[in-house]
Structures are given as C-alpha cells and as structure tokens.
Design a protein around this ligand. Structure first.
Ligand SMILES: NC(=O)c1ccc[n+]([C@@H]2O[C@H](COP(=O)([O-])OP(=O)(O)OC[C@H]3O[C@@H](n4cnc5c(N)ncnc54)[C@H](OP(=O)(O)O)[C@@H]3O)[C@@H](O)[C@H]2O)c1
Length: 252
C-alpha cells in the first residue's frame, strides 16, 4: 500500500491538539468516567468489563488486519508494531477488561474511546507498515534499544499497578480504598505513570511523529487525572500517606 504521508502528519498533529485541548479543559475531562463521574438519570452506561473490551478492541484489531493484508515482507516496522503497540492492546482487550471491577462507563465515553482507538490504531499501523523507513542498523541504534527498554519497563509498571487497583475491591464492592504496594508507595497515579513511560518509550523506539503524538496525548489526558485522583485520596482519607506524590515520585 502507498504511504499517505500528508494524512499521517495531519492526523498526528490533530491528536496533539486534542491532547492539549484536554489539558486546558482538564476539569471537564475528569468527570466523564470513573470516580469523578457526573451522570444524569438519563445517561446510558455500559458495564466496565464490556466497555473496556469493546472500546479497546479496534486498537488491536485494525493494526493486525493491516499487517495481515499488507503485501510487504516482515520488516522492522512489523516487529515494532507487534512487539509494542499490539502487545499493549492485547493486554487491555483480553486481560484488563476481565480484571476490572470498575464503575459502569457512560455509553458516549465508550464510543468516543472506541473512535479514538480506531483512529490511533489505523495511524500507528499504517505508519509503521507503510511509511516508516527503518534500515538494518536501526535494531542496533541506541534510540531503538532505550525506547524498547522504557516501553517494557512502563508496561510492567502498568500491569502491576492495574492489578493492585483491580484487586482493592471484593466482587460487588463500589467503594474506594488506599492503594498499597509497588509504585503506589510513591505516587497516587502509578498506573498512569506506567502508561506514560510506555508510550514515551514507544515514541523513542519508533522515532516518529505518530508515536510522539500518542505519547503527548496520553500525557495530557491521564497526567491531570493523576492529580485529581491524588486530591480525591487526600480529601477522603485522613491517614493518606503524606509523602506520596501525585504522578512523579519525590517531585509532584
Ligand atoms: N493512553 C491513554 O490515553 C489512556 C487513557 C485512559 C486510560 N488509560 C489507561 O487505562 C487504565 C485505566 O484507566 P482509568 O482512568 O480507569 O484508571 P483509574 O481511574 O485509576 O481506575 C482503574 C480501575 O481501578 C479502580 N480503582 C481505582 N482506584 C481505586 C481505589 N482506590 N479503590 C478501589 N478501586 C479503584 C477503578 O474503579 P472506578 O471505575 O470505580 O473508579 C477502575 O476500575 C490505566 O492503566 C490508564 O493508564 C490510558
């Protein structure tokens, strides 16, 4: 397939702009799902497990379909797509969606997340398969190695932190508790920190505008959420650990 370079650049810049818009409008963005949700009686919701499964599936399925229908031989772009992007979404679709015991998700939020996952999955898949030019030396490049290392490090933090959060409640419980263990000893948003590190690593390993745009979007979207969660814990729990920060250990 032909590389739609201009379109890739426009969509990437669009994703960065949406990220910045979320950063500016962070107060409203927090109230769309989870603990900060503000739903009216008319709001339709979807059980959290189903919502996460449905909304994240396009980000796994679309790159896999692009890979299967690509007429190009396996190349570095294919390995990066399989080893990073698809691996993360395999986890979200088949493991996280089964683990979560979260609050039902408003239908509109699930649809918006699904649309974003479809757009981003198409963008990253198309770019890595049809636009990226990696020569044989790329696998020895320090950016590739450092980026992959960061990605897998971030993914380990994400999975461990998600596991801690999802096990705080017994089946049927809806209350919030103080998360303990792992990076939660240092920050309230350990799951968000892991995810931000992951996508930063992906951006470095692929050294590309589409990946950078997704890393920036994620930081703008979930970064402020960590600060809202931190404030929520401080207000709710008098015994909340005083030294724990919101997102960046020992700093903020
Ligand atoms: N890349 C991106 O742009 C992006 C965007 C959004 C999310 N994500 C990722 O998706 C994952 C989930 O995001 P999220 O915003 O839903 O995370 P979250 O608000 O931290 O919640 C994660 C899950 O744990 C539950 N939970 C959280 N804190 C709890 C506590 N103190 N006590 C009991 N249960 C608790 C939540 O229940 P409730 O639902 O009832 O609060 C929810 O089921 C994260 O790993 C995040 O990094 C990525």
């Amino acid at each position: 397939m032909h590389c739609y370079g201009d379109l890739v650049n426009y969509i990437s810049c669009g994703i960065i702009l949406i990220g910045f818009w979320h950063l500016v409008d962070h107060k409203r963005a927090q109230s769309t799902y989870g603990r900060h949700i503000q739903i009216g009686l008319q709001t339709r919701t979807v059980p959290a497990r189903l919502a996460w499964f449905l909304q994240e599936t396009p980000a796994l399925l679309i790159p896999l379909l692009l890979m299967l229908t690509s007429d190009k031989p396996f190349c570095m772009g294919t390995y990066l797509l399989l080893g990073t992007f698809c691996m993360h979404y395999f986890y979200r679709v088949f493991i996280y969606s089964l683990l979560t015991r979260g609050t039902p998700v408003p239908l509109g939020v699930m649809v918006a997340a699904g649309c974003f996952c479809s757009l981003n999955g198409s963008l990253q898949g198309h770019y890595l398969l049809h636009c990226a030019q990696f020569d044989d030396r790329w696998s020895a490049d320090y950016r590739y190695k450092t980026g992959l290392l960061l990605f897998y490090f971030g993914m380990a933090i994400t999975i461990h932190s998600d596991y801690i959060l999802c096990n705080l409640r017994k089946p049927g419980e809806v209350n919030y508790k103080i998360p303990k263990g792992g990076l939660f000893e240092y920050v309230s948003g350990a799951n968000y920190l892991g995810e931000i590190v992951e996508w930063l690593g992906y951006a470095i390993a692929t050294w590309s505008l589409p990946a950078l745009s997704f890393a920036m979007f994620s930081t703008c979207f979930i970064g402020p959420r960590a600060y809202y969660h931190h404030r929520f814990y401080q207000e709710k729990f008098k015994d909340y650990p005083k030294l724990r920060k919101a997102l960046i250990p020992f700093i903020s």
